[in-house]
Ligand binder design. Sequence first.
Ligand SMILES: [Zn+2]
Length: 486
Amino acid sequence: MHRPALTLLAAGLLLATGATGGASAASAAGRDTTIPASAVKTAEQLRDRALHDDTAYRITASLTTEVGPRMAGSPADQRARDWAVAKFKALGFDKVYTEPVTYPLWERHGEHAEIVAPFPQPLSVLALGYSPGTPKGGLAAEVVRFDSLDALKAADPAAVKGKIVYVDARMERAKDGHGYGLGSAIRVAGPVIAAAKGAAAYLLRSAGTDADSRTPHTGVTGFRDPAKAIPAAALSNPDADQLTRALGYGKPVTVKLALDCGVVGEYTGANVIGEITGRRHPDQVVAIGGHLDSWDPGTGAIDDGAGVAIAMAAAKLIHDLPQRPDRTIRVIAFANEEMGLWGGRAYADRHAGEVAKFQLGTESDFGAGKVWRLSASVKPSARGAIGQIAQVLEPLGVAYDTQRPGGGGSDLSQLHGKGMAALSLTQDGTKYFDWHHTANDTLDKIDPAELAQNVAVYAAFSYMAAQADGDFGSAPGAFKDDHAED
Ligand SMILES: [Zn+2]
């Protein structure tokens, strides 16, 4: 940590804002950040109200029905942004605006895979984000199987050259979703490693925990240089079982892969932002949100319609209080999270210079299961305030892990990286990876009561952060030694 520099910087910022309110001036004198008792009481009321409020469910139903799948840069991208602007306005947000985000435009037009020999039959696959297409008519090559990413890394390029690399590792199911760390590495890094060794194409067993559905899980690859990319696709788990069985006969297995997809240019979308404007410190911001884009096979209910809806509904509950909160509640519906945090990175770059104005932030992007754990990256003198937040969340089944850092969620991890104080509100992801990035990511997977529990958590914490007497330590570079998983 860079304590001396941080302290000087924080003191300077507090002095600069001290004139506008007694609360900040008091903190500058070295007092701990605290949440006034009246704000705790209101947060408890917000929490209890949220449990009987179906706004988030209705928002998720609206987005997934009226827009449906909304892959970044697709024709539905603009419809999703129009939807978000209209929804923020309909909910009564004080300020609604967009900020542009530019990224490479990748399009999917179709995919086909089949075992050519020795047992001809089709396989269910989905192309991965940033995969190039195959030559028209497809490519056929012998499959070489690896049971882990490490085995691929260690492989002699001579064993891989000209072949279809197949990484066959089953993702582990876990409440905290930690199996996705390895699963996503096989999808993101695997194709790049295979390409560097001269492979013709890449297949993986989907990074998903379902075993009984022929639904492949798509997702982005790590390809950044189109000249070095190879066609890459995910097999559903039953299709991976089938390919592995075929390989088990000990004869060469040839697969034909025909992918019609690729990068076709550049696209400028936008982050869509709605605010409940703070009464005393409108320029100080509690940042929450989700991402507006989704993968195309499903309707993006759990990933991430739910996240957008949780944040919108939480802010709406605060909006409906008799008076505005002290600080601004900002809800950000991020552009193109799925292809590599494009919206989050653009947001962090644009707002890095004002990171100290971000009171506290976190994003919901792990489905609609209940929040069960709270952790935080804040300055030591704000730990007590996090403890107060934890007490209000405790009846919802949320445990405060005082040892873990907070990461800010997917897109907001980028602003946390620039110095924003951040929470992690970990959801129950036991079932999340059964449906994640598949055709089965649809509204029926959401339990309205569990979704409402999330809103209760977000409404209560956001309000308490907005009313806090003092800040949580946001400053340029403040948390760069924290290493959160999200
Ligand atoms: Zn997501």
